[in-house]
Design a protein around this ligand. Structure first.
Ligand code: C5P
Length: 368
């Protein structure tokens, strides 16, 4: 197995600090929620033109990648903590729900293969993926894994994450992949202030962005305030392509501007307690929207059942994320989110958990 090495040698000659190129890294790809999602039209390439606001959340897979002397990509993937633990929460789920796709179909393998082709790597990669993000949920798990695989490969090969070819490979792999790299087309604050000059590919640590185009054109949104989510993943996943196929385009699409204004109004929200924060939180939650929830509700009764369950424990702003089937709502504090999630978990209607926004991209830990 290759050892950690120093790079580049020219840096040593110039007296610059050398960069350690590790042989193995570990990262924790986060999930996302779509707080707002509108379809603005159908594109000639068959995709939909979107206006969406996504936030990364602290529910994470675990991905370990090491360099191997022989070329090629190897992946071992499993549910975490175990299939039995998932089954326990998803008792009425069909057996196929726990089957993982063959490694060659996994977006991690495709990401590492495309990375090696693009950067001409003569070494290979060995990847281990532990899945805690629900699949077929609209939470971007596979896209986030792919983004983290690209970032990890870049770290393992001494390629800067700002290299524009990484953003291009990310967009090829899937519409949501660039979001998880934390790439920013143009800082949202600059746009609000009418300033020019945000650079494409600029890194920004906020985990919230407005995405347009297929979902790959990103503008960072200031997410410095607290929101506390409760998520339900019911025992019936949905196929993204199938939900999009059933969706009807609105005659008069809604823009995300009103939602973004409500978010800006809530920027002083500390996140805990009620009072003024409660009013602002309700204002934000009132603007949650998802055009895909209508076709998804027709395809699975679990969407409405999940939304009813969230409202039933007193949570606000129940909404489906992405193309479903997972749904979320907001609580007034992290404590009340945990309490609501544990109440819902005891009913065995799905995997329920409390979570909160997190930053992007996911940090990478050097193992060797
Ligand atoms: O880009 P990604 O592979 O994640 O998309 C999965 C499917 O979702 C696409 O094949 C397409 O059917 C649908 N989709 C769409 N418009 C988008 C994003 C996804 O129609 N903007």
């Amino acid at each position: 197995m290759p050892q950690a090495r120093k790079f580049p040698h020219s840096a040593l000659l110039l007296g610059l600090p050398s960069i350690v190129i590790p042989a193995a890294v570990e990262t924790f790809p986060p999930a996302k929620l779509n707080l707002f999602l509108e379809l603005r039209g159908k594109r000639p390439d068959g995709y939909h033109e979107l206006d969406t606001v996504m936030v990364a959340i602290d529910r994470r897979d675990c991905l370990r990648i090491s360099r191997t002397a022989e070329p090629g990509v190897r992946l071992r993937c499993r549910w975490s903590p175990s299939v039995a633990a998932w089954r326990e929460q998803l008792r009425s789920a069909p057996v196929q729900m726990f089957e993982l796709p063959p490694p060659e179909d996994n977006l991690v393998v495709r990401a590492l293969t495309r990375f090696a082709e693009t950067f001409g790597c003569d070494e290979g990669f060995d990847a281990r993926l532990e899945k805690r993000i629900p699949a077929g949920a609209g939470m971007g798990g596979a896209s986030s894994d792919a983004a983290s695989a690209l970032a990890a490969a870049a770290r393992l090969c001494g390629v800067p994450l700002g290299d524009p070819r990484i953003g291009q490979v990310a967009a090829e792999l899937g519409s949501d992949v660039p979001f998880f790299l934390g790439l920013d087309g143009r800082a949202e604050e600059k746009q609000a202030a009418g300033e020019r000059g945000g650079r494409v590919g600029r890194r920004c640590r906020s985990g919230m962005a407005r995405a347009t185009g297929r979902g790959e054109q990103l503008t960072t949104v200031d997410a410095s305030f607290g929101l506390h989510f409760v998520v339900i993943y019911p025992p019936e996943p949905l196929s993204t392509a199938a939900v999009y196929r059933q969706a009807k385009l609105p005659a008069d699409p809604i823009g995300s501007d009103a939602f973004l204004s409500a978010l800006r109004g809530g920027a002083s929200l500390s996140g805990e307690g009620n009072g003024a924060g409660g009013a602002t939180r309700a204002g934000i939650a009132r603007h949650f929207f998802n055009r895909l929830s209508e076709p998804a509700r027709q395809m699975s009764s679990w969407v409405d059942r999940s939304l009813d369950a969230l409202a039933g424990v007193g949570l606000q702003g129940g909404m489906m994320t992405g193309s479903g089937s997972a749904c979320f709502a907001v609580a007034s504090s992290s404590r009340s989110a945990r309490r609501a999630a544990s109440k819902l978990s005891s009913r065995r209607i799905g995997v329920c958990f409390a979570t909160a926004p997190t930053s992007l991209p996911a940090p990478i830990r050097l193992l060797t």
